[in-house]
Design a protein around this ligand. Structure first.
Ligand SMILES: [Zn+2]
Ligand SMILES: [Zn+2]
Ligand SMILES: [Zn+2]
Ligand SMILES: [Zn+2]
Ligand SMILES: [Zn+2]
Ligand SMILES: [Zn+2]
Length: 382
């Protein structure tokens, strides 16, 4: 029991006339009056999964709060350069997530309360606990409670029956115990004694106990600690309202971006479909064109070929006649007498003149049949 801190309840201290506390303190616990206007106060946190590491999902005794306001266990934080939730860089300094840390230990208390046998007395460790002292943060059995009440009779510790707590919800328990942890003065002027803070010095941005605030004239102007914590809550709430508006704007922007991305993907898909369709059409076109050309080449084989054959036949005939003419003229010269010359010369001359009018046929390539030409043109067009 000697190890117990000389905890002075904040309420008791504040009730004393303390000139440093300039703001009147309401008797009720510091609950924000405008809380009703918060939109999603009923957010379902009942399983408290949010206390787990945002990276590995494990329970951590020392969760760290990142600049992006996600929470990682020390192992995950040292392993990564990016927040696994939002991909923000984790290089910015992180702080201990005291809220989650405290919630976690209070949740463990709650589990003790709800455990099959209920919690045991934290002092004698022999009996089942009857009450929970919010100031000592300890479970007490009936006998130890009597002793505790006698010991703290001047300070009136707030105790709750374990049975009553058991009947409530975890959320209720955590909400009710949130104010029970007192803030102790960290001033070096009284190292032997821990005193509960009730004063806030805005200059040092630090909580002080009443005596420290009065003795050290460097601190001023003072604010009541509860008023300061209300002010800080208000500040956060007002920021949250601003951020909600911003979030709606971001949601709208994200929706637009998503819509645009979907539109582009759709466009790309349509184009892909068109490419596929026209490739198919082209293939079909090429196939039918090839079919037609083959038909064109096969359908009229005689015409083109026979024209050429006639030409060739004609040329061969002319060659034979030229040869015959040459021989006849030669033989007539060699063997013919005047009689033959007189009788035959005019006829032969006529035939020779006729032969002389002939011209050799044109080179066949230049007279390509029209179907081949057409074929060639259409092939090139493909
Ligand atoms: Zn982790
Ligand atoms: Zn993050
Ligand atoms: Zn006991
Ligand atoms: Zn107590
Ligand atoms: Zn102090
Ligand atoms: Zn100060």
């Amino acid at each position: 029991m000697e190890a117990e801190p000389e905890a002075e309840p904040a309420a008791a201290l504040l009730a004393e006339p303390c000139p440093a506390a300039s703001t009147p303190v309401p008797a009720s616990p510091p609950r924000h009056p405008a809380e009703g206007e918060d939109e999603d106060e009923g957010e379902d946190d009942d399983d408290f999964q949010f206390l787990r590491c945002d990276g590995c999902g494990q329970d951590s005794a020392r969760p760290r709060l990142l600049r992006c306001l996600h929470t990682l266990c020390p192992a995950c934080l040292s392993d990564t350069k990016q927040c696994p939730r939002c991909q923000a860089a984790t290089a910015a300094p992180a702080v201990d997530n005291l809220l989650f840390c405290n919630l976690r230990s209070r949740l463990q208390l709650w589990r003790q309360i709800r455990s099959a046998g209920g919690p045991g007395c934290g002092r004698c460790r022999a009996e089942a606990a009857l009450v929970w002292c919010e100031e000592c943060e300890e479970f007490l059995c009936g006998r130890c409670l009597e002793e505790h009440q006698w010991w703290h009779k001047k300070k009136a510790h707030r105790v709750r029956r374990v049975e009553e707590l058991r009947a409530g919800s975890a959320r209720q328990f955590l909400e009710e115990t949130r104010g029970s942890c007192s803030l102790f003065c960290s001033s070096g002027s009284h190292p032997e004694e821990s005193r509960v803070c009730s004063i806030y010095c805005p200059r040092c941005e630090r909580a002080l106990c009443c005596p420290c605030a009065l003795l050290d004239t460097g601190h001023a102007p003072f604010r009541d600690l509860r008023a300061e914590s209300r002010r800080r809550q208000d500040e956060l709430r007002s920021l949250r309202r601003d951020l909600r508006r911003l979030r709606r704007a971001f949601e709208a922007a994200a929706a637009r971006l998503r819509g645009e991305a979907a539109r582009r993907e759709e466009q790309r898909e349509r184009l892909r479909e068109r490419v596929r369709a026209s490739a198919e059409r082209l293939q079909e076109l090429v196939r039918s064109e090839a079919e037609e050309l083959r038909a064109l080449l096969e359908a009229r084989p005689e015409r083109g070929r026979s024209a050429l054959a006639e030409e060739l036949l004609g040329a061969e005939g002319t060659l034979l006649r030229l040869e015959a003419a040459e021989r006849l003229v030669e033989r007539l010269g060699r063997y013919g007498g005047e009689q033959e010359l007189m009788d035959m010369q005019p006829f032969v001359k006529g035939a020779l003149l006729e032969l002389r009018r002939l011209r050799p046929p044109q080179v066949p390539e230049l007279r390509e049949p029209p179907d081949i030409t057409e074929c060639r043109v259409r092939l090139r067009a493909l």
